[in-house]
Design a protein around this ligand. Structure first.
Ligand code: SAH
Length: 438
């Protein structure tokens, strides 16, 4: 990929990454891609499906990764009973007819089924209540803004729910989940009480799955702008506007962590979006902050948030391309005590990796040169395809080109409300390093 392609503002970074990752995995795992599933009525009794006699999908021998990973690709499927509806529930059985799990089926995409349970239980209103209850209980410590449901990581593959105070933003990624929006919202309201539900489906996923992406209030309209608290900071969220579902919630923990290094320092917040890192840093005692961002909407949000937190007087917002601005600051010999680099995903697929790493290295090299001695750099990549090792090697290369020695203060990852499943590596996408110039 041309690095400049990465310069356009990007919305739902990890969800899109997941969707594209799926395409790549399909290409890798399915040698002979079956365009159509072999749909036929199985001979009576051939597919044992647990006790309920539901429509069944049988896995091929040697294609049983679904025991620990919820994704089933067309190439994994031996046969499917003809009673399976697109978007409907299907019981998955192994080649011997033994129950593996139950999930939602869609004959259209390569990833044709995502498992929701490995227990022989019905997927009904009670199921959604239990699952949503468990997911929300795990976020009880985050009363303001939080990702309440993180798809596969909460055993609710295909569903993302973010809460912003009195509003829940619901994002469905599969046909099965999209058809159940009302049922899911009802279960959510039973779990956390009455809440306005805004639907914000990702159009890329909707096209892949074949449903109309919803964008708007599910039933009763709620407030269109909400102020949420995140530690010491307050952020204005425009429901249905901006990137992701409103905020980059995945960086919430890092914003607060990085701010602990900010006191008395000049801060450069690059790829600032609505100035989340800068607001926290200034509240924690940073002397000044420059926010670099190229999206007009994000810049307007940054101005609002800096004012809302009473730190606007120490902040400057620069409407410019981060690559150009880093080069300019470097040439001007500028120095900062804290630099944050939080770019959009440069690698949208495995094929774009090389170009992406060049782009990451370019900005990291500049950022490292801008650090004063003892200064800190928080640098991130949200591209799932960039491995931890590749990321670290890229920053090491940049440091060595800059002739600067860096101490690792901490590895960084996505916020705790975006949990990671060991057996589903796709649930982990955000990586970062907190470094100190020696
Ligand atoms: N740090 C932010 C999230 C950053 S997301 C937070 O904590 O909220 C990445 C941001 O980079 C987006 O807001 C996007 O608009 C911006 N962006 C993308 N390409 C850019 C470029 N070339 N120059 C400046 N900003 C860019």
């Amino acid at each position: 990929m041309n690095v400049n392609d990465a310069l356009t503002p990007v919305g739902n970074r990890e969800e899109v990454a997941l969707a594209e990752h799926v395409d790549v995995v399909v290409a890798l795992r399915v040698r002979v891609v079956q365009q159509l599933l072999p749909v036929r009525a199985p001979p009576r009794g051939e597919l044992r499906t647990g006790q309920r006699g539901q429509p069944a999908l049988r896995l091929k021998r040697g294609h049983e990764a679904a025991r620990t990973h919820p994704w089933i690709f067309k190439g994994d499927v031996a046969d499917v009973s003809d009673r399976v509806e697109p978007g409907g529930v299907v019981s998955v059985v192994d080649p011997g007819g033994r129950f593996v799990g139950r999930g939602l089926f869609n004959p259209r995409p390569g990833l044709c089924c995502r498992l929701l349970t490995w227990t022989d239980e019905a997927i009904d209103a009670g199921f959604w209540r239990r699952r949503l209850g468990a997911a929300c209980a795990g976020r009880a410590a985050r009363p303001g803004a939080a990702r309440l449901v993180w798809s596969e990581a909460d055993a609710l593959a295909g569903l993302v729910v973010d809460r912003y105070g009195p509003v829940a933003v619901l994002q469905t990624v599969t046909l099965g989940m999209a058809r159940r929006r009302a049922e899911l919202a009802a279960a959510l309201r039973e779990t956390i009480g009455d809440i306005a539900v805004f639907c914000a489906d990702d159009p890329t996923a909707a096209t892949l799955e074949g449903f109309e992406p919803a964008a708007g209030w599910l039933d009763e309209p709620g407030p269109t702008s909400v102020i949420v608290e995140e530690g010491a900071a307050r952020f204005l969220v425009r429901v249905g506007g901006g990137h992701k579902t409103g905020l980059y919630l995945d960086q919430a923990d890092n914003r607060q962590r990085v701010a602990t290094l900010a006191a008395g320092r000049a801060v450069l917040d690059v790829f600032a979006y609505t100035a989340g890192f800068a607001c926290h840093a200034l509240l924690a005692g940073a002397t000044s902050a420059i926010c670099v961002e190229s999206s007009k909407d994000a810049l307007a949000g940054a101005v609002d948030n800096l004012a809302l937190n009473g730190v606007a007087a120490r902040a400057e917002v620069r409407d410019t391309n981060a690559f150009d601005e880093l080069r300019r600051l470097d040439r001007a010999g500028a120095r900062f005590g804290l630099v944050v680099l939080d770019p959009p995903p440069f690698a949208r697929g495995r094929g774009a990796l090389e170009g992406a790493l060049r782009g990451y290295k370019e900005i990291n090299l500049r950022a490292i040169r801008l650090l004063e001695p003892g200064g800190a750099l928080a640098t991130f990549s949200c591209s799932h395809h960039v491995s931890d090792d590749a990321f670290e090697a890229m920053v090491r290369d940049a440091a060595s080109d800059a002739g600067v020695r860096l101490r690792v203060l901490a590895p960084l990852t996505q916020s705790a409300d975006h949990p990671v499943l060991l057996t589903v590596p796709e649930t982990r996408y955000l990586k970062g390093l907190l470094l100190e110039r020696m």
